[in-house]
Design a protein around this ligand. Structure first.
Ligand code: ZN
Length: 169
């Protein structure tokens, strides 16, 4: 059984902005370990805490490099540049993906599990994952960054899908 079910499109928790983490204690460390498990189990390359219903500024990711799973607490984007188109999906919007243009490169400041300042920077998949997860931590979803016409279509498709599933939301 999954530790935490992943919240999906229509769940209001995905549209809330989680609170900053004030103290990194054992509870936070356990939460992060659980989040990494949920991410790999899904499987996905990133997971924000509000995707499992926890309103905290925490995200985990694995950009499929040699560094393995990493965590960012209270992350903040400090630099974006370039442009890159990538077929992007989201664990909270299962069964969909869109070709999405975002900056190619991202630099992020955050805290690690010991409360130390840490910086993550990269382009392509890493740059994308950083932007996607920080989007979640601002109450955002990948459809928000689609051009207006594509976004309208995406919202319509998702609405129809929810009605078909009999989702009361
Ligand atoms: Zn996502």
């Amino acid at each position: 059984m999954a530790l935490y079910p992943i919240r999906t499109y229509g769940d209001p928790v995905l549209r809330m902005t989680p609170k900053s983490v004030v103290e990194i204690d054992d509870k936070i460390r356990t939460l992060v370990a659980d989040m990494i498990e949920v991410m790999y189990d899904a499987p996905g390359v990133g997971l924000a805490a509000n995707q499992i219903g926890v309103a905290k500024q925490i995200a985990v990711f694995d950009a499929q490099d040699e560094l393995g799973p990493r965590v960012m607490i209270n992350p903040e984007i400090v630099e974006l540049s370039g442009e890159w188109e990538y077929e992007e999906g989201c664990l909270s919007v299962p069964g969909h993906s869109w070709l999405i243009k975002r900056p190619a490169f991202a630099r992020v400041k955050a805290l690690d599990l010991d409360g130390n300042d840490v910086e993550y920077a990269g382009d392509q998949l890493l740059g994308r994952v950083l932007q996607h997860e920080i989007g979640h931590l601002n109450g955002g979803l990948l459809i928000d960054v689609l051009p207006k016409r594509d976004r309208k279509k995406a919202l319509k498709d998702l609405r129809e899908e929810m009605l078909e599933l009999g989702d009361p939301r």
